[in-house]
Design a protein around this ligand. Structure first.
Ligand SMILES: Cc1cc2nc3c(=O)[nH]c(=O)nc-3n(C[C@H](O)[C@H](O)[C@H](O)COP(=O)(O)O)c2cc1C
Length: 233
């Protein structure tokens, strides 16, 4: 088996994740896209690991959310992630292309995007990592639809059924539709059609370390075989 040699930026990022592991906010990054009229759009997302065997980063979202439209279509699938680790005072800016993996989105990505995964096993793996609370909004009314208080019904409480690895239960409070298929313990059993795995495929990385003396800034580009270029901050 050939050993994967990770680019220096990837090694730095893995180290930052390890060093800042105790801070829950180190799993959140800001992700930018561009709207159809050219306006910049930006939001916080949860980092859900690297796609195994690749440099790509994973997040999940609702396929009905506005960011999805911004990332669909020719020349639109661009992103920039800005990720600050407060403990080690490091910033990573990663730019590249987005791949959207969902039962409700037509896509035909090859192995170079999905690595050793198939579409279904990636969706299944990421869905099973979510707690019941985090799964629930995917079965609810559409994001940004007018709030409907009557649609709120009781749904399983954290202590009883929240057994996923999800770290982001504050991001799951939209109204509830209890018709989604669940097993006896209250778990949502089917992967919602609205569930979408976002694969961020980096093409360029800009690393800044404010802690080192002097401050350090390094640039990496896939076109340049991810060679490290040290530049002035
Ligand atoms: C701490 C935190 C984590 C979040 N994580 C996610 C996430 O992983 N996926 C997601 O779609 N939205 C997440 N959100 C909500 C987004 O920031 C955003 O409000 C929502 O996705 C709608 O964005 P859009 O209108 O650009 O599609 C999170 C918000 C916060 C505050």
């Amino acid at each position: 088996m050939t050993e994967i040699v990770y680019p220096v930026w990837h090694q730095r990022l893995a180290k930052s994740l390890h060093v800042n592991n105790s801070q829950v906010q180190s799993k959140y990054y800001q992700v930018a896209s561009v709207s159809s009229n050219g306006d910049p759009k930006n939001r916080t997302m949860v980092f859900r690991g690297f796609l195994s065997g690749t440099q790509s980063l994973l997040s999940v979202t609702d396929s009905r959310s506005e960011k999805i439209e911004q990332w669909q279509g020719d020349n639109k699938s661009r992103f920039e992630i800005c990720w600050y680790f407060a403990g080690s005072r490091e910033q990573f800016r990663l730019a590249g292309e987005v791949a959207l993996i969902s039962h409700s989105i037509d896509s035909n990505y090859g192995n170079w995007v999905l690595g050793e995964h198939t579409k279904h096993n990636l969706l299944k793996q990421q869905w099973s990592n979510l707690s019941t609370n985090a799964k629930q909004p995917f079965y609810s009314n559409s994001p940004k639809a007018p709030f409907d208080e009557d649609a709120i019904q009781s749904f399983p409480q954290d202590g009883l059924v929240n057994q996923g690895n999800d770290i982001n239960d504050e991001f799951d409070s939209r109204s509830n539709n209890n018709s989604a298929p669940r097993n006896i313990a209250g778990h949502y059993t089917d992967i919602s059609d609205n569930f979408c795995v976002v694969v961020f495929i980096p093409h360029a990385v800009d690393y800044l370390n404010l802690k080192s003396k002097p401050q350090q800034r390094c640039l990496y580009d896939i076109q340049d075989d991810w060679k490290e270029r040290t530049v002035n901050p």
